[in-house]
Design a protein around this ligand. Structure first.
Ligand SMILES: [Zn+2]
Ligand SMILES: [Zn+2]
Ligand SMILES: [Zn+2]
Length: 253
């Protein structure tokens, strides 16, 4: 399995429009963070988790020409706004794109991409095949995804485990009853927004506390704000088995 971090930035991305802080002006490529998403290549199958506003740019940057399914964590715009661009894969692959999400996510897709489901469709719009998921493991192309039901303030969000890898992005609470699904991991990609506490995301300290509990072999933080500090500075403070993710990072498992 190869996991590519397509984007590692919070909802505004880094740099932030109009901001001239040190992080936003940094020349380090690791301080340029598109909106969060990952690409998974497993047994010759290709998946993305979320299609944020930077989806098109991420597909181009990584040279991705095959996509078997889209799996959604939750319905926030920084995770869904780029869905229209899956039509490129409809044309390339000559088939509908399977999309997986919980009922609330699919309802929102229905509403916000209403033209996709219209009776008389404009030619060239995306062709989607929606699949509802719940908090039970599901299979796509023979690959088993185990949802992890977490909270993002009051909003339920899915993280996903595939084999010894797990991705949990927008989160500030993981119930004890879900934590067992995150034990024995080789790699965990976990949301950590900034140093200060936040209403709907783990702070750096809270994320480190969760890593301490779960003990994955390696952890990469994602959904990072410019308020976290420069990549190079933050990494110096982290334990050796915890790193900040950065856009384009590839993890081989
Ligand atoms: Zn988000
Ligand atoms: Zn800034
Ligand atoms: Zn969110």
């Amino acid at each position: 399995m190869i996991v590519t971090l397509l984007g590692t930035g919070t909802s505004s991305g880094v740099p932030l429009i109009g901001c001239s802080c040190d992080v936003c002006r940094s020349l380090d490529y690791r301080d340029k963070r598109l909106r969060v998403s990952i690409h998974l290549a497993v047994n010759g199958h290709h998946f993305v988790v979320d299609t944020g506003p930077d989806f098109r740019q991420q597909m181009l940057r990584e040279g991705i020409s095959q996509l078997d399914a889209v799996i959604f964590t939750h319905q926030h715009k920084d995770h869904t706004a780029g869905l229209d661009d899956v039509r490129a894969f409809n044309f390339l692959q000559q088939r509908d794109m399977p999309v997986y999400g919980r009922a609330e996510v699919l309802e929102q897709i229905h509403r916000e991409f209403e033209y996709v489901f219209a009776e008389h469709r404009y030619p060239g719009i995306p062709r989607l095949q929606l699949h509802e998921i719940s908090n039970t493991p599901f299979e796509v192309k023979g690959v088993t995804f185990i949802p992890i039901d977490v909270l993002h303030h009051k909003l339920p969000v899915f993280g996903f485990r595939v084999s010894n890898f797990a991705y949990v992005t927008d989160v500030n609470h993981i119930a004890e009853s879900e934590q067992h699904k995150l034990k024995g991991l080789d790699v965990l990609v976990l949301g950590a927004l900034q140093r200060d506490q936040h209403i709907s995301h783990y702070s750096l300290e809270q994320a480190l506390g969760m890593v301490e509990r779960l003990q994955p072999k390696m952890t990469y933080f994602t959904h990072v704000s410019h308020k976290m500090g420069k990549h190079g500075d933050v990494e110096k403070e982290l334990p050796p088995t915890v790193r900040l993710g950065y856009d384009g990072l590839k993890l081989k498992l």
